[in-house]
Design a protein around this ligand. Structure first.
Ligand code: URA
Length: 216
């Protein structure tokens, strides 16, 4: 059931400033030299969204992880593999989806030789929302799936809470329908318990809602 939000979040809307944005490839090229925040300094690659230009579903994660940073492609590491399995179980073809992130560079802290994920702050998310907004403006999807708190706050604002609102489809004024759900990394972090399986099934149930947005 779609719910219209009375107030807009910080995320993109159809009246966004870049309504005349260039095509996706040009946008990606421009994003590669982004210095809107400092995250580009320690990253190997900017990780832009990936998927068909005709995608009517957009999946939005938080930010690239270690593997994504090294390859320059979104959701190709452990979280991506889990996402693929859950999409399959939900009967959703990843090939129909454009997969991207709220933040396009890998934020991390060094611990010895390890690069540990660090959560992007509100300023970094807000600066990168320009790119996410531009991607959505070009794609004009039927549904955007916000996976986890960072994607949710970028698209809908911080008043929407993942654990409280998961499964809801919200539409900020003038913007796209947004399905709120958890991030697959949250499942990876859970211990193997009944609770983890319950959350995994709830994630798959959320992803199944994509089916109520049939391809044209
Ligand atoms: N987690 C994300 O949010 N995005 C990726 O691309 C990989 C892991």
């Amino acid at each position: 059931m779609l719910e219209r939000l009375p107030t807009s979040g910080t995320g993109p809307t159809l009246a966004y400033e870049h309504a005349n944005a260039d095509a996706l490839d040009d946008l990606r090229d421009k994003a590669c030299s982004c210095t809107r925040c400092d995250l580009y300094r320690d990253a190997t690659h900017l990780v832009f969204g990936e998927g068909p230009e005709t995608a009517d579903i957009v999946l939005v994660g938080e930010q690239p992880g270690d593997k994504e940073d090294l390859t320059g492609r979104p959701f190709v590491g452990p979280a991506g593999r889990l996402l693929d399995t859950c999409l399959e179980e939900a009967n959703v073809d990843r090939g129909r989806c454009y997969v991207t992130n709220a933040v396009k560079h890998f934020k991390h802290q060094m611990q010895g030789k390890k690069r540990l994920h660090a959560r992007p702050n509100a300023g970094e998310v807000q600066r990168c929302a320009w790119w996410l907004g531009a991607e959505l403006e070009l794609l004009k999807p039927k549904l955007v799936v916000a996976m986890g708190a960072t994607a949710v706050s970028s698209l809908l604002g911080s008043h929407i809470k993942v654990m409280r609102d998961r499964g809801r489809i919200l539409r900020p004024p003038g913007a796209f329908d947004v399905l709120v759900t958890i991030h697959p990394s949250a499942l990876l972090r859970m211990r193997e318990t009944d609770e983890k399986e319950k959350n995994r099934l709830a994630f798959i149930k959320d992803l199944r809602k994509i089916q109520s947005f049939p391809r044209h």
